[in-house]
Design a protein around this ligand. Structure first.
Ligand code: SF4
Length: 361
């Protein structure tokens, strides 16, 4: 069963080779690619334009879907949150956020996460495993089908953010492959310019991305302006401290082409990293490295087992003022889906016990 090929994770060219290996003509590969990626069909039975015999053969050797939706939550603000499961029973979380002019889908790159950010519930799962290209793409197919119906063209553009569970840059090759598949104009046609990937600061991959053309926008999660505090909040900082990280950011910033976006994310934790002194330290740090990137201030989504609260609005406003006075561009992100825990990693970890006990049975 596990030997079957996940067709959602194949490019059109790979699908053509795959069907040719079954003795089928090349056009069948293109037909199946369009069925999966454009018509968003998730079973061979629905592909009624394929001969029955071929559908039966495909079922033996391949899969048109490998994720199932275990739970789905709808927030009062229209945000939809999914807890999906892989074929081997591991949690995958995805969030669909409708906005006036576009929809944003936040996808996961790993089940669980090996990094130990102390403000994140997913960290408590540890790494269960990295997701395959197929599992990354299928999250987007499922969210679009749920919002609009199978294969229905979304009325607005779709943006993607790789800010769900996991560290995307620890699953770099699968991530890039999934993005290439989703960019195909015969499929979802979500081009890299509509995608933002957030990293906790995996320096070698930031440098790799600096050399790539056709790449997504990049966001770096900072969370602290000093090594002392960042070591505590994001222990990955011990591996790649701020000086090292920001040097890589400078190299990346110098590689930016018109239209590409590069931002810093700063989660605001009440009484932890949100003082005016922290804001001055952050501004000085970015200015010392000559970084022009905008800073997004992110409201923390409180979650029971975590010892953090979101910063009060006035504190966020003061933090913003200090940064702006020192020439930093700042944007305060609006909390979405707070009633369904739509922050990074919150759903899977909340459901950890039930999901993992099902894995065990
Ligand atoms: S914040 Fe992101 S990188 Fe950090 S533990 Fe959570 S999922 Fe992993």
């Amino acid at each position: 069963m596990e030997q079957r090929v996940d067709l959602i994770g194949l490019s059109e060219t790979e699908l053509v080779s795959f069907v040719e290996s079954l003795g089928e003509p090349a056009y069948r590969g293109r037909q199946i690619f369009a069925a999966l990626q454009h018509r968003r069909l998730r079973s061979f039975d629905e592909m009624t334009d394929l001969p029955k015999k071929l559908r039966a053969r495909l079922k033996e050797v391949a899969r048109a879907s490998s994720l199932t939706v275990a739970s789905r939550y709808l927030s009062a603000d229209g945000t939809r949150r999914y807890l999906m499961k892989t074929h081997d029973g591991l949690p995958v979380e995805t969030v669909f956020i409708p906005e006036e002019h576009r929809d944003t889908i936040c996808f996961s790159s790993q089940s669980g996460c090996p990094l130990q950010c102390t403000f994140c519930l997913t960290a408590q799962l540890g790494l269960l495993r990295s997701l395959t290209p197929s599992e990354i793409v299928e999250q987007v197919l499922i969210a679009l089908n749920d919002a609009y119906g199978t294969g229905v063209k979304p009325p607005r553009g779709t943006n993607l953010v790789g800010m769900g569970a996991g560290e995307p840059f620890l699953n770099f090759d699968s991530l890039l492959k999934a993005l290439r598949i989703m960019a195909d104009r015969n499929g979802l046609f979500i081009v890299p310019n509509r995608v933002t990937i957030s990293t906790a600061g995996i320096v070698p991959r930031i440098l790799d991305l600096a050399k790539l053309s056709d790449r997504p926008h990049l966001a770096i999660s900072l969370a602290a302006p000093t090594d002392e505090l960042r070591n505590e909040l994001m222990p990955i900082n011990k591996r790649w401290p701020l000086e090292h990280l920001l040097n890589a950011c400078k190299i990346f910033e110098q590689s930016l082409k018109p239209g590409e976006r590069f931002t810093f994310e700063y989660v605001m934790l009440a009484g932890v990293n949100d003082s005016e002194e922290h804001a001055r330290q952050l501004a000085n740090l970015l200015n010392r490295h000559g970084l022009k990137a905008k800073v997004n201030l992110i409201p923390h989504n409180p979650a029971d087992p975590l010892p953090y609260q979101p910063s009060p609005e006035q504190t966020v406003a003061r933090f913003k003022d200090v940064l702006e006075a020192k020439g930093i561009q700042v944007y305060v992100r609006r909390p979405r889906g707070r009633d369904i825990f739509a922050a990074c990693g919150q759903l899977a970890a909340r459901q950890e016990r039930s999901v993992l006990s099902e894995v065990a049975t």
